[in-house]
Write a protein that binds this ligand. Structure first.
Ligand SMILES: NC(=O)c1ccc[n+]([C@@H]2O[C@H](COP(=O)([O-])OP(=O)(O)OC[C@H]3O[C@@H](n4cnc5c(N)ncnc54)[C@H](OP(=O)(O)O)[C@@H]3O)[C@@H](O)[C@H]2O)c1
Length: 285
């Protein structure tokens, strides 16, 4: 079974392995365990059909319960989770996958991501080989990475012979990731944007609010629209029901090239999260 995109109102993105992912999904980073069930339930009611969690978020149980109790067929929901840094390595990855799937209460995953490269530990190649095993067993449909730099991607592709389907990276108007997006495009890797709203910090920007006034939409809707028109997969998070709905209502308008360019010009290379070359949090040794 692969995700049935024809039952969703969100445009599908075709991945390099032939599977499809909805271009707009729902993220649950920093959603407390007890809040994941109501948040994901609301998101599925509103129309989201793609949910992005991670082992380290501590909310796979509630997320999985909302998916299972939604009444929707499993193949109409696209589920992503991520392997945490401390579980990198071939055998540890296989065990961590089993644990994530058990917490989610699912029998397969649509997309599994290496959460961070932790290149200094030298384990992401073995980790991805375990991902390839899981894919060959049909337990995960697609395999990808997160927070990988161009150098990390080049090494992964050269040593495993497989191109990850996506690289999920910090990407918002203040960090437009032009170089990485160009490398992805040249190598058939889909770009997935995390913290797409800059965790809310970009919403008050004067350019964003001016474009929002021009199109009669909210700042969040304008930013999500910018991502969609750039071709990004985008996974905004909210625990607020009205915002969950607002962030999904982004298919009834378009930004002009001038508005797109004005937003892209806000890029100052400013990160909210850590630099992937330096982030080793959670590593055992
Ligand atoms: N791979 C990685 O390393 C990584 C890292 C970070 C995030 N992610 C993924 O990306 C997803 C999204 O990123 P994120 O959660 O960091 O940040 P985000 O989606 O950019 O922003 C979320 C913040 O914006 C607020 N917000 C959402 N919609 C809004 C609206 N319409 N109006 C006003 N405020 C709004 C939310 O508040 P309320 O919730 O209070 O409504 C929350 O504080 C995560 O949930 C996770 O799935 C991945």
């Amino acid at each position: 079974m692969t995700f049935r995109s024809e039952t969703s109102t969100v445009p599908p993105i075709v991945l390099n392995d032939g599977n499809v992912i909805p271009q707009l999904g729902f993220g649950v980073f920093q959603v407390p365990a007890d809040d994941a069930f109501p948040a994901v339930t609301t998101a599925l009611e509103v129309g989201y059909r793609s949910i992005d969690t991670a082992a380290i978020y501590g909310n796979e149980e509630g997320t999985g319960r909302a998916i299972r109790q939604s009444g929707l067929p499993r193949d109409e929901i696209y589920v992503t989770t991520k392997l945490w840094n401390s579980e990198q390595g071939y055998d540890a990855t296989l065990r961590a996958f089993d644990a994530s799937l058990a917490r989610l209460g699912l029998d397969y995953l649509d997309l599994y991501l290496i959460h961070w490269p932790v290149a200094a530990a030298g384990r992401f190649i073995d980790t991805f080989r375990a991902f390839q095993t899981l894919k060959s067993q049909g337990r995960v449909r697609s395999i990808g990475v997160s927070n990988f730099t161009v150098a990390n991607l080049q090494r992964l592709i050269a040593e495993t012979g497989e191109i990850p389907v996506v690289n999920q990276v910090e990407l918002h108007p203040r960090l437009a990731q032009r170089e990485l997006r160009e490398f992805h495009a040249a190598n058939a890797i889909a770009t997935e944007a995390w913290s797409p709203l800059g965790q809310g910090t970009v919403l008050g920007d004067r350019t964003i609010t001016a474009v929002a006034a021009e199109v009669g939409r909210t700042p969040a809707q304008v930013i999500i629209r910018w991502h969609l028109q750039l071709g990004n997969i985008v996974i905004p998070k909210s625990v607020t029901p009205s915002r969950i709905a607002e962030n999904f209502d982004v298919f009834g308008f378009e930004l002009t090239p001038a508005q797109m360019n004005a937003i892209t010009a806000l890029d100052s290379g400013s990160r909210i999260g850590p630099d992937p070359d330096e982030f080793t949090f959670g590593l055992i040794d």
